[in-house]
Design a binder for this molecule. Structure first.
Ligand SMILES: NC(=O)c1ccc[n+]([C@@H]2O[C@H](COP(=O)([O-])OP(=O)(O)OC[C@H]3O[C@@H](n4cnc5c(N)ncnc54)[C@H](O)[C@@H]3O)[C@@H](O)[C@H]2O)c1
Length: 341
């Protein structure tokens, strides 16, 4: 297997999950890091034994780099992804792929023209519980899906926003809770149900109004393509990071995800199906343990291009972004919004 040389752009909180994964993925090696803060970047590059660039454009000109991991604030994703693809690199971009659907469409067009592949990091799709939910639904023993509800209540204090001032602002984050944290949950909901056709929702800010310009809480009703109805509530202003609570109500029973454990509940009783592993020490529990699996999956495709690709491509990443945008729009207009990814 030829080695693929990787580079990370952005040495902040999430880059640790990428650096850790690159140590473990066969046929991958972290070769360079770009970070606009030269003190942070130099220290990290020294710790990883890799090259340092303060200007990511110079990293893109480095012919030895095959794959670029984008771990920067949302407003930089579009120019960085398109630049990396134009430089002939493969790209693994943190979610959201962009700040809105318009930007994502430009990225998708660039990806369609480029020789390199573009993956977007929706690592929760790789959770054992997520995979099992898809199997249970595809197996059909629970019958038709009638409804789904998700409750995501996390805790983000003022320091989270002041440490990285791009967070919580429309110009740099594109929103807040929905586009950053809850987009994972919306992605899973739409993935389990096979897409969303329309939404009605509201966003608001309570506890975090003094530190963020955008919302800290949101709720929505979703109509899924399969005819089922979804209820969604999320907030960043809870007092702890509670695990996602998700329930899928089907004709013959329910699937329940609570405390990272998946249960099937039907007339015969409640059966434990599978649990998600805890992440490594360096990763926050609420990120889950999926980065390694998602990055391994992408490199497998890069190493074996003839095997059917299995990673979250930009067309998939656009779906949750479209739902996020529709909820923002609905909150402003108080109307149902049709979702067109
Ligand atoms: N998949 C997940 O569960 C998950 C979790 C956390 C964050 N994220 C995503 O990761 C991305 C980064 O988030 P974070 O929490 O690590 O942010 P952060 O603020 O901690 O880190 C961002 C880093 O990018 C650097 N940077 C800014 N401009 C740069 C430039 N022009 N060139 C090089 N470096 C630059 C900053 O100096 C900072 O070190 C976001 O897209 C976020 O949504 C994903």
């Amino acid at each position: 297997m030829n080695r693929l040389n990787a580079a990370i752009v952005g040495g902040g909180a999430i880059h640790v999950c990428h650096a850790d994964a690159l140590r473990q993925v066969p046929g991958a090696r972290l070769q360079a890091l770009a970070e606009i803060d030269s003190g942070t970047g130099q220290a990290l590059a020294q710790a990883y034994g890799c090259r340092f660039y303060q200007d990511y454009h110079a990293l893109l000109r480095d012919d030895e780099i095959d794959v670029v991991h984008i771990c920067t604030p949302h407003h930089l994703h579009k120019e960085m992804v398109i630049g990396a693809l134009a430089a002939g690199k493969h790209v693994f971009c943190e979610k959201p792929v962009a700040m809105n659907r318009l930007e994502a469409a430009e990225i998708a067009a660039a990806a369609a023209r480029a020789p390199g592949l573009l993956a977007v990091c929706y690592q929760n799709r790789l959770n054992p519980t997520s995979r099992q939910i898809r199997c249970e639904l595809a197996g059909g023993t629970l019958g038709k899906m009638l409804g789904m509800k998700a409750v995501l209540t996390w805790s983000r204090g003022g320091g989270y926003y002041t440490r990285s001032p791009w967070r919580g602002r429309y110009a740099t984050e594109g929103g807040s809770l929905l586009i950053n944290q809850a987009i994972h949950t919306l992605d899973l909901m739409q993935w389990f149900a096979g897409g969303v056709t329309r939404v009605k929702g509201v966003v608001d800010s309570g506890e975090l109004a003094a530190v963020t310009e955008a919302e800290d809480s949101a709720m929505a009703t979703l109509h899924f393509r399969n005819g089922a109805r979804g209820l969604f509530y999320a907030s960043n202003s809870y007092t702890t990071d509670a695990p996602l609570l998700l329930e899928i109500h089907c004709e013959a029973g329910m699937l329940q995800l609570r405390d990272n454990q998946l249960w099937r509940c039907c007339a015969g009783g409640r059966t434990h199906l599978i649990s998600d592993p805890s992440p490594d020490d360096d990763a926050k529990a609420y990120w889950g343990a999926g980065h390694l699996a998602a990055i391994r999956q992408f490199y497998q495709t890069l190493h074996h291009p003839t095997v059917p690709a299995d990673y979250t491509a930009v067309d998939e990443a656009q779906k949750s972004l479209a739902i996020v945008e529709a909820i923002y729009h609905s909150s402003q207009t108080r109307q149902w919004i049709t979702v067109n990814p």
